[in-house]
Ligand binder design. Structure first.
Ligand SMILES: NC(=O)c1ccc[n+]([C@@H]2O[C@H](COP(=O)([O-])OP(=O)(O)OC[C@H]3O[C@@H](n4cnc5c(N)ncnc54)[C@H](OP(=O)(O)O)[C@@H]3O)[C@@H](O)[C@H]2O)c1
Length: 272
């Protein structure tokens, strides 16, 4: 069965397509075309964010696709720099207006503003999360989660809030598998979404990966996406090329052997 027809189920019962189309660094004007192409290629899960400045193009592509709204799963995110109860609610309404529809999954983009990576904003995140809980309890959003959250960042929410995040979107690819984060999420039934599954393209020229990919008769991109899935994560590959959109989903004909999974898991390169 094509990966495009497979779903994970979040712990609250909401179904989420196993592969998502990433839209970071796709400008708004191009986002309309790229998301139109992605939907034509069969993707039914689109990942955007207020900070990507492309929600309007993403929303328009979905509206004009001819698909019913419930056939497409949309994720958006509260910008890393916006924290607090009222500000989170305000930002959510901006996303709603930009998309022209409600997203399905809403994430806190990062535990800290990008300019203060690693800073302690747990108290502010708790306030944002209370706003997320209100949106969820009022039926404005079907699922809520976080992104770039460490176990300690999530623990702060567990200690002070009611609802356990349903997903954590983190950097996850061969060479960067963030085992501690994944183990914590697995323990709490939090789905791990693998962002930058191709290491933002940097892993694609790697000799060792090319050799392994060749042994399966697939591309490195296909190997890396299959790897993310076999680790139980939800990959979010991005491309603006239609052929690559299709290629990145044609992964049903092979599975990575246990011994190759061990090799891939042991690679420690960040592909910088
Ligand atoms: N939550 C966060 O903080 C966060 C951070 C980073 C990313 N994300 C999400 O994760 C998504 C994916 O991550 P990413 O954008 O960093 O990159 P990625 O998906 O790991 O890699 C994208 C790069 O690989 C190239 N590529 C894609 N498929 C290819 C193929 N089959 N053959 C050759 N090259 C290929 C693309 O080039 P072309 O476009 O030219 O084809 C692009 O340069 C983002 O778009 C975003 O939705 C979230």
């Amino acid at each position: 069965m094509s990966i495009l027809n497979e779903n994970y189920t979040l712990y609250n019962g909401v179904s989420i397509p196993k592969i998502g189309f990433g839209t970071w660094q796709i400008p708004n004007e191009q986002a309309f075309t790229s998301v139109t192409d992605a939907l034509r290629a069969g993707y039914r899960h689109i990942d955007t964010a207020l900070a990507y400045d492309n929600e309007e193009g993403v929303g328009r592509a979905i509206r004009e696709s001819g698909l019913r709204r419930e056939e497409v799963f949309i994720t958006s995110k509260l910008p890393a720099e916006i924290k607090g109860y009222d500000k989170a609610l305000e930002a959510f309404e901006r996303t709603f207006r930009n998309l022209g529809t409600l997203p399905d999954l809403y994430l806190i983009h990062a535990p800290w503003p990008w300019a203060d990576k690693g800073g302690d904003y747990n108290a502010q995140n708790v306030q944002s999360w209370k706003a997320f809980e209100k949106l969820y309890n009022n039926g404005r959003i079907r699922a809520i989660g976080v992104s770039n959250f460490s176990p300690a960042n999530i623990q702060a929410l567990l200690d002070n809030c009611e609802i356990v995040p349903m997903a954590n979107q983190i950097a996850f690819h061969v060479g960067r598998t963030q085992e501690e984060y994944v183990a914590f999420c697995n323990k709490h039934n939090i789905l791990v979404e693998a962002y930058s599954p191709l290491a933002t393209g940097r892993a694609l020229g790697d000799k060792q990966l090319n050799k392994i990919a060749q042994s399966y008769g697939v591309s490195v991109a296909q190997l890396l996406i299959r790897f993310a899935l076999q680790r139980g994560t939800l990959p979010l590959p991005k491309t603006t090329t239609f052929e690559r959109m299709v290629e990145n989903t044609q992964i049903e004909k092979f599975s990575i052997s246990t011994s190759d999974m061990e090799i891939l898991n042991s690679i420690k390169s960040e592909y910088r």
